[in-house]
Design a protein around this ligand. Structure first.
Ligand SMILES: Cc1cc2nc3c(=O)[nH]c(=O)nc-3n(C[C@H](O)[C@H](O)[C@H](O)COP(=O)(O)OP(=O)(O)OC[C@H]3O[C@@H](n4cnc5c(N)ncnc54)[C@H](O)[C@@H]3O)c2cc1C
Length: 397
């Protein structure tokens, strides 16, 4: 039976990034992924447009994941508007002393870049397609049988196996779930006016709408609404879709044309207060799954990855209770506050009377009357939360 320092179950964006980080740090790692390893095959490597904040860009660059240059459109300006209200709020990265707030990368391209980086990383053995059949942990090690009959042992089992994590369930970690009754529909569209370095967030009584820059004059649309209404938009033809988009967004980007393929995601919250157990930890969506309204899910998971890599770099036994307690301490506040903030925003849209208050709060937050508060919030939204991990600190590539 082969032994690894760390076994990671789930080769989505979080699990793959952790495998790269630990392999580069000289650890022996097994990465178990159920979906066949072709670009686009793991469920998370799809057409969704990810807003990757500045701290996450540092982590990805320091792990060599940006070496293959996935297409990344910088976000230098964010424009926030509210349906039915005049005016808008514009945030410029330059006003806060930054070159950019972050960048938009299509998950499929980021996934492909991760697979290339994994191939270059020594010390990582992939088991794919392969699925976990269960596990048994003792004070000394974890034994994992796979469904194909093979078995591995490890010092630390990491569950990066998504919202319905088997690792979390089998480890007996209790978690809180909430179904928002909303869905996110994504597609891209050609816009008449080009704003290549701007992201747009529009708050409407039915739900938020984001338009994010993509190459060649296209914008990625994230359209969030009640699941029944999303079903009706999914069924509309292209002309009807662009007409409804125009109605919802307004004329700020001119006419919308040639919408691309649509995909739909039901939205739910998952929060795991204590994502550790004996020689086991869960990260990314397996620990906390958040509503995409504030574009935080992957960014949060990547901060889990970077913090765990820091802890493992400084201890002999990565699965010891001391190591896991240090990880928990490093991540507790960020996980708690990110989930709470995102959930508050998401619930405001299922309660129309709160929507107005919310939009005015956003206005206040960025108001010049509170420049230092605003600066702190912007830095936090860019992913620089204390304690900032060594991978996030600076771009050394
Ligand atoms: C519409 C939408 C827009 C979003 N936009 C943003 C954004 O702008 N910015 C942002 O930061 N985040 C965003 N997110 C969130 C982001 O996509 C997720 O947080 C991220 O993809 C989660 O990655 P993960 O690796 O933790 O989980 P997953 O992608 O769910 O990966 C889990 C992996 O585990 C594998 N697996 C599961 N069970 C087993 C098993 N038993 N054995 C082996 N393998 C197993 C699965 O096949 C899968 O590949 C968005 C999400 C949505 C839905």
């Amino acid at each position: 039976m082969k032994h690894f320092d760390v076994v990671i179950v789930g080769g989505g964006l979080a699990g793959s990034a952790l495998a790269i980080a630990l392999g580069r740090a000289g650890r022996s790692v097994a990465l178990i992924e159920a979906a066949p390893r072709q670009t686009g095959a793991p469920p998370g490597f799809d057409d969704r447009t990810l807003v990757v904040n500045a701290a996450s860009l540092n982590i990805l660059a320091n792990l060599g994941i940006l070496d293959s240059r996935p297409t990344a459109c910088d976000i230098r300006q964010i424009e926030i508007t509210r349906a039915g209200a005049p005016g808008h709020l514009t945030l410029n990265a330059g006003d806060y002393g930054y070159k950019r707030f972050g960048a938009v990368i299509v998950a499929r391209e980021l996934g492909a870049a991760m697979l290339q980086a994994l191939e270059r990383t020594e010390g990582v053995e992939e088991f794919c397609p392969a699925s976990l059949a269960g596990f048994e942990s003792t004070d000394k090690a974890v034994r994992l049988p796979l469904e194909d009959g093979r078995a591995l042992t490890t010092d630390l089992l990491v569950g990066a196996d998504g919202t319905h994590s088997m690792v979390r369930e089998l480890a007996g970690m209790s978690s809180h779930h909430h179904d928002y009754g909303q869905s996110a529909m994504i597609f891209n569209v050609l816009t008449e006016k080009r704003r290549p370095d701007s992201a747009f967030e529009r708050f409407t009584p039915d739900g938020p709408l984001a338009l994010l820059p993509q190459p060649a004059g296209r914008m990625g649309v994230v359209w969030i609404d009640d699941s029944h209404r999303i079903d009706s938009v999914l069924a509309a033809d292209d002309d009807e879709l662009t007409r409804r988009l125009q109605q919802r967004f307004g004329t700020g980007l001119g006419r919308f044309e040639r919408p691309g393929r649509r995909a739909n995601y039901p939205l739910a919250l998952l929060r795991t207060e204590r994502p550790i157990a004996r020689r086991t930890v869960v990260i990314g969506n397996a620990a906390n799954t958040v509503h995409p309204v504030s574009a935080q899910g992957f960014n949060l998971g990547l901060r889990d990855v970077a913090a765990l890599a820091d802890v493992i770099a400084s201890c002999d036994d990565p699965g010891s209770s001391e190591a896991l307690a240090r990880y928990l301490e490093a991540r507790r506040h960020d996980q708690q506050s990110t989930v709470a903030y995102t959930d508050t925003l998401a619930r405001a849209f299922t309660n129309p009377s709160l929507t107005g208050q919310l939009a005015s709060t956003l206005g206040l937050v960025a108001h010049a009357a509170w420049p230092s508060l605003s600066r702190r919030l912007v830095r936090s939204a860019m992913g620089f939360r204390e304690p900032v991990s060594s991978l996030a600190r600076e771009w050394t590539a």
